[in-house]
Design a binder for this molecule. Structure first.
Ligand SMILES: Cc1cc2nc3c(=O)[nH]c(=O)nc-3n(C[C@H](O)[C@H](O)[C@H](O)COP(=O)(O)O)c2cc1C
Length: 204
């Protein structure tokens, strides 16, 4: 009996967390690509997560764009449905988050419920923080658990060089590590919680 409890705990603690990172911008030549690339690099340095990235632009293309798109969309859909944690990388547009991201949240099925969400934001002086605060309100409705610590790039274009590398990575790397530690804690705690009591039972 005790051995089986220990095995169960080991599984909860050791199995990688299926993490999906979502692009907040779908603009052509978006800055988002650089921020996502940096964030993916940071996540890859840790061993708690198995990372997939999902681009809302892919989900909204016309279905007649060929079998490759259909296949990629199917793969993304599966990743979203089986995710155990999310990171949203969002810019700020007119003191909010992009409309395409709202459409994605509203229309594309994902396992938000009882899963944690971390944020990496960017923009002008506010560093995208107003976008993040609005996302917290929306994600609460989906029963997601937003992580308190986040990463924010003020005047983001000044912080990355032409190769897409951070000019001074120390502060951002440390903020990202902090956020990921919390995301990992929530993801494992909620994984265990869902196994003990399926969330549907208490959703109301
Ligand atoms: C329509 C629009 C509105 C914007 N509004 C804001 C804003 O309210 N606050 C801010 O800090 N930056 C604002 N910006 C600057 C963006 O945050 C910045 O251009 C960012 O790089 C956009 O991300 P993207 O290139 O990945 O789409 C705005 C940009 C656009 C295109």
């Amino acid at each position: 009996m005790l051995a089986s409890i220990d095995n169960h705990r080991d599984e909860v603690m050791q199995e990688s967390i299926r993490l999906v990172m979502i692009y907040g911008s779908v603009r052509e030549k978006r800055f988002c690509d650089q921020v996502v690339a940096w964030a993916a690099e940071q996540i890859a340095q840790r061993n708690e997560f198995e990372l997939a990235t999902v681009d809302p632009a892919l989900m909204f293309r016309e279905p007649d764009e060929g079998p490759d798109i259909t296949q990629l969309r199917h793969q993304a859909q599966q990743q979203l449905l089986h995710a155990e944690a999310f990171v949203i990388v969002t810019p700020e547009y007119n003191h909010g988050y992009p409309a395409a991201l709202k459409r994605f949240i509203d229309e594309v099925p994902a396992s938000w419920e009882a899963r944690p969400v971390g944020f990496v934001s960017y923009g002008g002086v506010s560093g995208g923080l107003r976008a993040v605060e609005q996302l917290r309100l929306v994600l609460a409705e989906l029963h997601a658990m937003t992580v308190r610590s986040s990463v924010s790039f003020t005047n983001a274009w000044e912080q990355f060089d032409e190769q897409g590398k951070l000019v001074d990575p120390r502060r951002a790397n440390s903020a990202m590590a902090h956020m990921l530690v919390q995301l990992n804690w929530w993801a494992r705690t909620l994984r265990e919680g869902r196994r003990q009591v399926p969330y549907e039972r208490i959703r109301g």
